[in-house]
Design a protein around this ligand. Structure first.
Ligand SMILES: Cc1cc2nc3c(=O)[nH]c(=O)nc-3n(C[C@H](O)[C@H](O)[C@H](O)COP(=O)(O)O)c2cc1C
Length: 357
Protein backbone atom coordinates (compact mmCIF):
# COMPACT_ATOMS: atom_id res chain seq x y z
CA UNK A 1 0.00 0.00 0.00
CA UNK A 2 1.24 3.49 -0.84
CA UNK A 3 1.54 5.44 2.40
CA UNK A 4 -1.28 8.01 2.56
CA UNK A 5 -0.05 11.56 3.24
CA UNK A 6 -3.35 12.86 4.61
CA UNK A 7 -6.69 11.55 5.88
CA UNK A 8 -8.40 12.07 2.51
CA UNK A 9 -6.04 9.54 0.99
CA UNK A 10 -7.03 7.11 3.72
CA UNK A 11 -10.62 7.67 2.67
CA UNK A 12 -9.76 6.60 -0.88
CA UNK A 13 -8.02 3.42 0.36
CA UNK A 14 -10.89 2.61 2.69
CA UNK A 15 -13.46 2.92 -0.04
CA UNK A 16 -11.85 0.09 -1.97
CA UNK A 17 -12.00 -2.20 1.05
CA UNK A 18 -15.52 -1.60 2.37
CA UNK A 19 -18.68 -3.08 0.80
CA UNK A 20 -20.70 -0.47 -1.10
CA UNK A 21 -23.71 -0.41 1.22
CA UNK A 22 -21.55 -0.22 4.38
CA UNK A 23 -19.56 2.54 2.68
CA UNK A 24 -22.75 4.52 2.13
CA UNK A 25 -23.70 4.00 5.78
CA UNK A 26 -20.35 5.31 7.00
CA UNK A 27 -19.95 8.17 4.54
CA UNK A 28 -23.50 9.40 4.23
CA UNK A 29 -25.64 11.86 6.11
CA UNK A 30 -29.35 12.56 6.44
CA UNK A 31 -31.57 13.69 3.54
CA UNK A 32 -29.82 16.25 1.31
CA UNK A 33 -26.57 16.02 3.32
CA UNK A 34 -26.52 19.80 3.68
CA UNK A 35 -25.29 19.63 7.27
CA UNK A 36 -22.72 16.99 6.33
CA UNK A 37 -21.18 19.33 3.73
CA UNK A 38 -21.57 22.37 5.96
CA UNK A 39 -19.36 20.82 8.67
CA UNK A 40 -16.46 20.84 6.21
CA UNK A 41 -17.37 24.14 4.59
CA UNK A 42 -17.30 25.88 7.98
CA UNK A 43 -13.65 24.89 8.45
CA UNK A 44 -12.83 25.92 4.89
CA UNK A 45 -14.21 29.42 5.36
CA UNK A 46 -12.42 29.94 8.69
CA UNK A 47 -8.90 31.34 8.39
CA UNK A 48 -5.94 31.74 10.70
CA UNK A 49 -4.15 34.99 11.57
CA UNK A 50 -0.49 34.08 11.98
CA UNK A 51 1.87 36.01 14.25
CA UNK A 52 5.50 36.11 13.24
CA UNK A 53 8.80 36.94 14.93
CA UNK A 54 7.83 34.96 18.00
CA UNK A 55 9.92 31.99 18.99
CA UNK A 56 7.68 28.95 18.50
CA UNK A 57 10.53 26.53 17.90
CA UNK A 58 9.63 24.50 21.01
CA UNK A 59 6.00 23.46 21.18
CA UNK A 60 3.86 21.60 23.74
CA UNK A 61 0.74 20.14 22.09
CA UNK A 62 -0.68 18.51 25.20
CA UNK A 63 -3.90 19.40 27.00
CA UNK A 64 -6.26 17.98 29.64
CA UNK A 65 -9.68 16.43 29.27
CA UNK A 66 -11.67 15.63 32.42
CA UNK A 67 -8.46 15.88 34.41
CA UNK A 68 -6.43 13.54 32.19
CA UNK A 69 -3.46 14.75 30.22
CA UNK A 70 -3.62 13.88 26.52
CA UNK A 71 -0.86 14.35 23.91
CA UNK A 72 -2.82 16.77 21.73
CA UNK A 73 -6.46 17.94 21.63
CA UNK A 74 -7.94 14.94 19.81
CA UNK A 75 -10.26 12.08 20.80
CA UNK A 76 -12.07 9.36 18.88
CA UNK A 77 -15.83 9.94 18.63
CA UNK A 78 -18.08 6.91 19.16
CA UNK A 79 -19.04 5.17 15.93
CA UNK A 80 -21.29 2.14 15.57
CA UNK A 81 -20.65 -1.20 13.83
CA UNK A 82 -16.90 -1.02 13.34
CA UNK A 83 -16.88 -4.59 12.06
CA UNK A 84 -18.18 -3.08 8.82
CA UNK A 85 -14.66 -1.65 8.48
CA UNK A 86 -12.47 -4.37 10.02
CA UNK A 87 -13.09 -7.93 11.32
CA UNK A 88 -11.55 -7.04 14.70
CA UNK A 89 -13.76 -3.95 14.95
CA UNK A 90 -13.47 -1.71 18.02
CA UNK A 91 -10.57 -3.67 19.57
CA UNK A 92 -8.38 -2.73 16.64
CA UNK A 93 -9.41 0.92 16.99
CA UNK A 94 -8.52 0.78 20.69
CA UNK A 95 -5.05 -0.53 19.80
CA UNK A 96 -4.50 2.30 17.33
CA UNK A 97 -5.65 4.94 19.81
CA UNK A 98 -3.62 3.30 22.55
CA UNK A 99 -0.39 3.57 20.56
CA UNK A 100 -0.63 7.34 20.97
CA UNK A 101 -2.54 7.70 24.23
CA UNK A 102 -5.64 9.18 22.59
CA UNK A 103 -9.00 8.64 24.40
CA UNK A 104 -11.61 6.55 22.64
CA UNK A 105 -15.37 6.69 23.08
CA UNK A 106 -17.03 3.30 22.63
CA UNK A 107 -20.50 3.25 21.06
CA UNK A 108 -23.51 1.49 22.55
CA UNK A 109 -23.74 -0.04 19.08
CA UNK A 110 -20.20 -1.44 19.21
CA UNK A 111 -19.58 -4.83 17.64
CA UNK A 112 -17.08 -5.90 20.36
CA UNK A 113 -17.86 -6.24 24.05
CA UNK A 114 -16.76 -3.60 26.53
CA UNK A 115 -14.74 -6.32 28.23
CA UNK A 116 -12.79 -7.14 25.04
CA UNK A 117 -12.21 -3.48 24.21
CA UNK A 118 -11.03 -2.77 27.77
CA UNK A 119 -8.48 -5.59 27.43
CA UNK A 120 -7.21 -4.20 24.10
CA UNK A 121 -7.08 -0.58 25.26
CA UNK A 122 -4.12 1.23 26.77
CA UNK A 123 -5.54 4.77 26.52
CA UNK A 124 -8.62 6.14 28.36
CA UNK A 125 -12.00 4.72 27.35
CA UNK A 126 -15.27 6.60 27.64
CA UNK A 127 -18.61 4.82 27.23
CA UNK A 128 -21.20 6.31 24.87
CA UNK A 129 -24.74 5.57 26.01
CA UNK A 130 -27.89 5.47 23.93
CA UNK A 131 -30.64 5.23 26.51
CA UNK A 132 -33.23 2.51 26.26
CA UNK A 133 -36.74 2.75 27.74
CA UNK A 134 -35.89 -0.03 30.19
CA UNK A 135 -33.93 1.62 33.00
CA UNK A 136 -32.52 -1.77 34.01
CA UNK A 137 -30.72 -2.00 30.67
CA UNK A 138 -29.23 1.48 31.05
CA UNK A 139 -28.07 0.75 34.56
CA UNK A 140 -26.54 -2.57 33.53
CA UNK A 141 -24.57 -0.86 30.73
CA UNK A 142 -23.32 1.84 33.09
CA UNK A 143 -22.23 -0.73 35.71
CA UNK A 144 -20.32 -2.70 33.09
CA UNK A 145 -18.63 0.49 31.91
CA UNK A 146 -17.62 1.21 35.52
CA UNK A 147 -16.38 -2.34 36.09
CA UNK A 148 -14.27 -2.11 32.95
CA UNK A 149 -12.67 1.16 34.02
CA UNK A 150 -14.34 3.42 31.52
CA UNK A 151 -13.78 6.96 32.75
CA UNK A 152 -16.87 8.86 31.58
CA UNK A 153 -20.38 8.29 30.29
CA UNK A 154 -21.10 10.11 27.04
CA UNK A 155 -24.86 10.46 26.68
CA UNK A 156 -25.84 11.04 23.05
CA UNK A 157 -29.01 13.12 22.86
CA UNK A 158 -29.44 13.89 19.15
CA UNK A 159 -30.45 10.42 18.00
CA UNK A 160 -33.60 9.50 19.89
CA UNK A 161 -35.36 9.22 16.54
CA UNK A 162 -33.99 7.42 13.50
CA UNK A 163 -32.99 9.98 10.89
CA UNK A 164 -33.95 9.81 7.25
CA UNK A 165 -30.78 8.44 5.69
CA UNK A 166 -31.84 7.90 2.14
CA UNK A 167 -28.70 6.07 1.01
CA UNK A 168 -29.40 3.34 3.57
CA UNK A 169 -33.08 3.16 2.65
CA UNK A 170 -32.22 2.80 -1.00
CA UNK A 171 -29.65 0.11 -0.20
CA UNK A 172 -32.07 -1.63 2.18
CA UNK A 173 -29.12 -1.76 4.56
CA UNK A 174 -29.39 -4.59 7.06
CA UNK A 175 -27.56 -4.83 10.35
CA UNK A 176 -28.32 -8.53 10.74
CA UNK A 177 -24.69 -9.43 9.96
CA UNK A 178 -23.14 -7.25 12.65
CA UNK A 179 -23.83 -8.12 16.27
CA UNK A 180 -24.23 -5.34 18.74
CA UNK A 181 -22.34 -7.33 21.35
CA UNK A 182 -23.06 -5.18 24.39
CA UNK A 183 -26.82 -5.47 23.98
CA UNK A 184 -26.74 -9.27 23.99
CA UNK A 185 -26.99 -11.39 27.12
CA UNK A 186 -23.25 -12.06 27.35
CA UNK A 187 -22.92 -11.54 31.12
CA UNK A 188 -24.65 -13.44 33.96
CA UNK A 189 -26.34 -10.32 35.27
CA UNK A 190 -28.11 -9.41 32.00
CA UNK A 191 -31.50 -7.80 32.67
CA UNK A 192 -34.71 -9.50 31.53
CA UNK A 193 -35.31 -7.03 28.69
CA UNK A 194 -31.97 -8.06 27.18
CA UNK A 195 -32.58 -11.78 27.62
CA UNK A 196 -35.99 -11.44 25.98
CA UNK A 197 -34.85 -9.45 22.94
CA UNK A 198 -33.65 -11.80 20.21
CA UNK A 199 -32.03 -8.87 18.40
CA UNK A 200 -31.14 -5.48 19.78
CA UNK A 201 -33.55 -3.80 17.37
CA UNK A 202 -36.34 -5.27 19.51
CA UNK A 203 -35.21 -3.11 22.44
CA UNK A 204 -37.23 0.07 22.84
CA UNK A 205 -35.08 3.19 22.52
CA UNK A 206 -35.85 6.05 24.85
CA UNK A 207 -37.53 8.32 22.34
CA UNK A 208 -38.88 10.55 25.14
CA UNK A 209 -35.45 11.43 26.55
CA UNK A 210 -35.43 14.58 28.72
CA UNK A 211 -33.22 16.38 31.22
CA UNK A 212 -34.86 14.24 33.93
CA UNK A 213 -33.04 11.26 32.42
CA UNK A 214 -29.78 13.17 32.76
CA UNK A 215 -30.62 13.66 36.45
CA UNK A 216 -31.37 9.95 36.72
CA UNK A 217 -28.02 9.08 35.14
CA UNK A 218 -26.19 11.46 37.42
CA UNK A 219 -27.68 9.73 40.45
CA UNK A 220 -26.72 6.31 39.15
CA UNK A 221 -23.03 6.92 38.58
CA UNK A 222 -20.12 8.88 39.93
CA UNK A 223 -18.47 8.97 36.53
CA UNK A 224 -18.45 12.36 34.82
CA UNK A 225 -21.29 12.83 32.33
CA UNK A 226 -20.64 14.22 28.88
CA UNK A 227 -23.67 15.30 26.83
CA UNK A 228 -23.08 14.71 23.13
CA UNK A 229 -25.01 16.38 20.35
CA UNK A 230 -25.81 19.92 21.53
CA UNK A 231 -25.88 22.89 19.16
CA UNK A 232 -27.21 25.84 21.18
CA UNK A 233 -26.09 28.02 24.07
CA UNK A 234 -29.45 27.34 25.78
CA UNK A 235 -28.93 23.59 25.87
CA UNK A 236 -25.29 24.00 26.89
CA UNK A 237 -26.47 26.06 29.85
CA UNK A 238 -29.00 23.36 30.77
CA UNK A 239 -26.26 20.74 30.56
CA UNK A 240 -24.32 22.73 33.13
CA UNK A 241 -27.44 23.17 35.30
CA UNK A 242 -27.99 19.39 35.25
CA UNK A 243 -24.48 18.56 36.36
CA UNK A 244 -22.76 17.57 33.12
CA UNK A 245 -18.97 17.79 33.24
CA UNK A 246 -18.61 18.39 29.52
CA UNK A 247 -20.51 18.63 26.24
CA UNK A 248 -19.76 17.64 22.68
CA UNK A 249 -20.92 20.27 20.20
CA UNK A 250 -22.00 18.00 17.38
CA UNK A 251 -24.63 17.39 14.73
CA UNK A 252 -23.74 13.69 14.62
CA UNK A 253 -21.59 14.20 11.56
CA UNK A 254 -24.61 15.43 9.56
CA UNK A 255 -26.35 12.08 10.07
CA UNK A 256 -29.36 13.19 12.14
CA UNK A 257 -31.07 16.57 11.59
CA UNK A 258 -30.30 17.79 8.09
CA UNK A 259 -30.43 21.56 8.24
CA UNK A 260 -28.62 21.75 11.57
CA UNK A 261 -25.73 24.23 11.44
CA UNK A 262 -22.08 23.28 11.26
CA UNK A 263 -20.65 22.49 14.68
CA UNK A 264 -17.84 25.00 14.17
CA UNK A 265 -20.30 27.81 13.41
CA UNK A 266 -22.21 27.42 16.67
CA UNK A 267 -19.12 26.84 18.81
CA UNK A 268 -18.48 30.54 19.60
CA UNK A 269 -21.97 31.16 21.04
CA UNK A 270 -21.66 28.04 23.18
CA UNK A 271 -18.16 28.91 24.33
CA UNK A 272 -19.36 32.39 25.32
CA UNK A 273 -22.23 30.94 27.32
CA UNK A 274 -20.56 28.08 29.21
CA UNK A 275 -16.89 27.93 28.25
CA UNK A 276 -15.75 29.02 31.68
CA UNK A 277 -17.79 26.34 33.46
CA UNK A 278 -17.89 23.27 31.22
CA UNK A 279 -15.41 21.48 29.03
CA UNK A 280 -16.48 21.82 25.42
CA UNK A 281 -15.48 19.36 22.73
CA UNK A 282 -16.43 19.57 19.07
CA UNK A 283 -16.86 17.06 16.28
CA UNK A 284 -17.96 17.13 12.64
CA UNK A 285 -15.74 17.69 9.63
CA UNK A 286 -12.33 17.70 11.35
CA UNK A 287 -9.95 16.48 8.64
CA UNK A 288 -6.76 18.53 9.11
CA UNK A 289 -4.54 19.52 11.99
CA UNK A 290 -5.34 23.16 11.24
CA UNK A 291 -9.03 22.32 11.88
CA UNK A 292 -8.09 21.31 15.43
CA UNK A 293 -6.36 24.66 15.83
CA UNK A 294 -9.44 26.54 14.56
CA UNK A 295 -11.81 24.71 16.90
CA UNK A 296 -9.57 25.12 19.95
CA UNK A 297 -9.11 28.82 19.13
CA UNK A 298 -12.90 29.21 19.01
CA UNK A 299 -13.39 27.62 22.42
CA UNK A 300 -13.14 23.82 22.20
CA UNK A 301 -10.89 22.04 24.66
CA UNK A 302 -10.49 19.18 22.19
CA UNK A 303 -12.04 17.86 19.00
CA UNK A 304 -13.24 14.38 18.08
CA UNK A 305 -13.06 12.59 14.76
CA UNK A 306 -15.50 9.98 13.46
CA UNK A 307 -15.13 8.96 9.83
CA UNK A 308 -11.36 9.60 9.51
CA UNK A 309 -10.35 6.85 11.93
CA UNK A 310 -12.86 4.45 10.37
CA UNK A 311 -11.00 5.05 7.10
CA UNK A 312 -7.74 4.26 8.84
CA UNK A 313 -9.28 1.16 10.41
CA UNK A 314 -10.56 -0.14 7.08
CA UNK A 315 -7.34 0.68 5.23
CA UNK A 316 -4.87 -0.84 7.67
CA UNK A 317 -6.40 -1.88 11.02
CA UNK A 318 -4.83 -0.53 14.21
CA UNK A 319 -1.88 0.79 12.24
CA UNK A 320 -4.22 2.78 10.00
CA UNK A 321 -5.97 4.29 13.03
CA UNK A 322 -2.59 5.17 14.48
CA UNK A 323 -1.41 6.75 11.21
CA UNK A 324 -4.55 8.90 10.91
CA UNK A 325 -3.95 10.20 14.44
CA UNK A 326 -0.27 10.80 13.72
CA UNK A 327 -1.04 12.70 10.51
CA UNK A 328 -3.42 14.98 12.38
CA UNK A 329 -0.91 15.44 15.19
CA UNK A 330 1.88 16.39 12.78
CA UNK A 331 -0.38 18.78 10.86
CA UNK A 332 -1.53 20.33 14.12
CA UNK A 333 2.07 20.81 15.17
CA UNK A 334 2.91 22.42 11.83
CA UNK A 335 -0.07 24.76 12.09
CA UNK A 336 1.01 25.74 15.62
CA UNK A 337 4.52 26.54 14.40
CA UNK A 338 3.28 28.50 11.39
CA UNK A 339 0.88 30.60 13.45
CA UNK A 340 3.54 31.27 16.08
CA UNK A 341 2.01 29.34 18.99
CA UNK A 342 3.96 27.47 21.63
CA UNK A 343 1.17 25.79 23.55
CA UNK A 344 -2.52 25.02 23.39
CA UNK A 345 -3.19 27.65 26.03
CA UNK A 346 -1.93 30.28 23.54
CA UNK A 347 -4.85 29.59 21.18
CA UNK A 348 -7.73 32.04 21.30
CA UNK A 349 -10.22 33.73 19.00
CA UNK A 350 -7.91 36.61 18.16
CA UNK A 351 -6.18 34.21 15.78
CA UNK A 352 -9.33 33.60 13.73
CA UNK A 353 -10.24 35.57 10.61
CA UNK A 354 -13.61 35.22 8.90
CA UNK A 355 -15.03 37.02 5.89
CA UNK A 356 -17.81 39.33 6.93
CA UNK A 357 -20.12 38.53 3.97
C1 LIG B 1 -20.49 5.35 10.79
C2 LIG B 1 -20.82 6.26 11.95
C3 LIG B 1 -21.43 5.73 13.07
C4 LIG B 1 -21.71 6.56 14.17
N1 LIG B 1 -22.24 6.01 15.29
C5 LIG B 1 -22.44 6.77 16.39
C6 LIG B 1 -22.88 6.19 17.61
O1 LIG B 1 -23.07 4.99 17.71
N2 LIG B 1 -23.05 7.02 18.67
C7 LIG B 1 -22.82 8.36 18.60
O2 LIG B 1 -23.00 9.07 19.59
N3 LIG B 1 -22.40 8.94 17.46
C8 LIG B 1 -22.19 8.17 16.36
N4 LIG B 1 -21.71 8.75 15.21
C9 LIG B 1 -21.39 10.19 15.19
C10 LIG B 1 -19.93 10.42 15.62
O3 LIG B 1 -19.76 10.17 16.98
C11 LIG B 1 -19.47 11.88 15.35
O4 LIG B 1 -20.41 12.76 15.94
C12 LIG B 1 -19.31 12.22 13.88
O5 LIG B 1 -18.86 11.09 13.15
C13 LIG B 1 -18.31 13.36 13.74
O6 LIG B 1 -18.21 13.77 12.43
P1 LIG B 1 -17.05 13.31 11.39
O7 LIG B 1 -17.43 11.91 10.96
O8 LIG B 1 -17.20 14.31 10.30
O9 LIG B 1 -15.73 13.37 12.09
C14 LIG B 1 -21.42 7.95 14.10
C15 LIG B 1 -20.80 8.47 12.96
C16 LIG B 1 -20.49 7.64 11.90
C17 LIG B 1 -19.78 8.23 10.70
Amino acid sequence: MIEPVNVFEFEAFARERIKANAWDYITGGAEDEITLRENRAAFERTFLRPRYLVDASQRDLSTNVLGTKIPFPLMLAPTAYQKFAHPEGECETARGAGALGIPMMLSTLATRTMEDVARAATSPLWYQLYMMKDKGVNEWLVRRAERNHFRAIVLTVDATFGANRERDRRNKLSFAQVHVENLLARTDDAPTAIIKAAHYEELAWKDDLTWRDVEWLRQKTKLPIVIKGLLTAEDAQLAFDHGAAAIVVSNHGGRQLDGAPASLDVLPEIADAVGARLEIYLDGGVRRGADILKAVALGARAVCIGRPYIWGLAADGARGVQRVIELLRDEFDTAMALTGKRSVSDLDKTMIWRRMN
